[in-house]
Design a binder for this molecule. Structure first.
Ligand code: AMP
Ligand code: GLY
Length: 427
């Protein structure tokens, strides 16, 4: 099998975990990360380039003889990096671990993804779609709807475009802000309004070659800032894998009712999709429903999924490219894995950056994945809301969590915050 010069796009804990995994492959000749973070530089060369600047990416690909592009986040995919590369004869040979712009609409447009699920009878919350044109109807729809009610800006809104309203007044206000005041700019010109589903969430990841797929280890992330799942939503404060309630029976339902119709639906609609599909699911009384699709891996889920994935990641991407995922045998580490995110004080609201991070060199029982960090001369400083993810293995989930929390006791930075109850409902 051919070895690759790989360009990985992104700068989070997810990208550090992907870099960690890619670098273990004998098929990874050289690894570049754009822009990367203080941790990714351990496994490759960080390049200071914006992932939305396709011309700059082209220049790097030609200079470094890149043969595999791995977009870690959705940004480049939703902007159409796949189409840009495939239309350029100098770049068309490069394998891309991600979908076309049309495929990335599963994440890039909530209205598209809801219509897609409706067309293919994939279980999801009932909904309607509104814009300036049917604004008055939207008001009536909200007033007649049961509570809570969920409003979603159609486009990408940096994880902030979802409002779960518990009163009609709150829903009407959010609706007005999104449509009339363009709270999220273009992204909220269209709003999806859907029923609130009650249940427990989990994240399921498929890698699709357009026809076949493999599942990666499933995970559960902890999105709220506060213990007991209280307070504001964040990018994710921790994750666990496996998910105790995702037994064979439940996973089979997910494959049959959700994963397979999604992959078949994309193919039937002529949408090119070779890449990861992240199914954000909710278990409602034993039945899985889709909350959202993403066209990339999750963060911080990747910080537990990569440690449990035993297959060679470059081999998997090669099989994806060749349409041969049906020939791949997946192997997962049977141990439990967890990750606990250390965040800046104040996050997910305003926070300060630039504090020195101490103690990472003392960690031996956990894997440290950097998220918002930056190396300045000899020291490492905080450079984002989510700073580092501390991942550990254990024979049980409890043991994995104990290891992460023991490791965290060695780490400090000014205003460091983290949740002490990751995995709490499964203890
Ligand atoms: P999304 O950006 O679509 O993943 O939404 C963010 C979060 O809001 C999800 O992870 C859920 O926790 C919650 N959420 C979104 N839609 C629903 C829904 N229909 N019912 C219940 N919770 C939801
Ligand atoms: N952890 C959720 C996400 O990556 O979107």
């Amino acid at each position: 099998m051919k070895a690759h010069n790989i360009l990985l796009l992104g700068s989070g804990g997810r990208e550090h975990a992907i870099a960690w995994k890619l670098s273990q492959s004998p098929l990874c000749k050289a690894l570049y990360i754009a822009p990367g973070n203080g941790g990714t530089a351990q496994f490759g060369t960080n390049l200071s380039v914006s992932i939305a600047d396709f011309e700059a990416l082209k220049k790097i690909c030609l200079e470094k003889e890149i043969t595999l592009l791995f977009p870690g986040s959705e940004e480049a995919l939703v902007l159409g990096v796949w189409d840009y590369f495939k239309q350029d004869p100098a770049l068309a040979h490069i394998i891309i671990a991600g979908p076309s712009k049309a495929g990335a609409q599963l994440e890039g447009s909530k209205a598209f993804s809801k219509k897609f699920m409706q067309r293919h009878a994939i279980p999801t919350a009932s909904y309607a779609e509104f814009s300036e044109d049917n604004y008055e109807e939207g008001i009536q729809y909200i007033q007649a709807h049961s509570l809570p009610i969920v409003l979603k800006a159609d486009g990408l809104a940096a994880g902030k475009g979802v409002v779960i309203a518990v009163t009609h007044q709150e829903a009407l206000q959010a609706f007005e802000q999104m449509i009339k005041e363009a709270q999220f700019g273009e992204a909220s010109k269209t709003v999806v309004i859907e029923a609130f589903l009650t249940g427990i969430e989990l994240s399921v990841f498929a890698l699709s070659d357009g026809q076949h797929y493999v599942l990666l280890p499933e995970a559960k992330d902890y999105k709220r800032i506060g213990e007991g799942d209280k307070g504001l939503n964040t990018g994710g404060m921790g994750a666990i894998s496996p998910v105790p309630f995702a037994d064979d029976n439940f996973m089979q339902k997910i494959k049959t009712a959700i994963v397979e119709p999604t992959i078949k639906g994309l193919a039937a609609e002529g949408i090119t999709y070779q890449g990861f599909i992240f199914f954000g699911l909710i278990n409602v009384g034993g039945e899985p429903f889709v909350i959202e699709y993403n066209c990339r891996m999750g963060d911080p889920e990747t910080e537990v999924v990569m440690p449990r994935l035993e297959n060679d990641l470059v081999e998997l991407i090669t099989a994806m490219h060749n349409g041969q995922l049906d020939q791949v045998q997946m192997n997962f580490n049977p141990k439990a894995a967890c990750t606990v995110m250390l965040v800046s004080g104040g996050y997910p609201e305003a926070f300060e950056k630039g504090f020195e991070i101490e103690g990472l060199q003392n960690i031996s029982d956990s894997i440290v994945f950097h998220a918002g960090t930056k190396s300045i001369e000899q020291s490492l400083v905080t450079n984002g809301g989510r700073v580092v993810a501390i991942s550990s293995y254990g024979d049980t989930l409890k043991e994995a969590l104990q290891r992460s929390y023991q490791s965290i006791a060695h780490i400090k930075f000014n205003q460091m915050n983290y949740r002490k109850d990751i995995g709490w409902e499964f203890e």
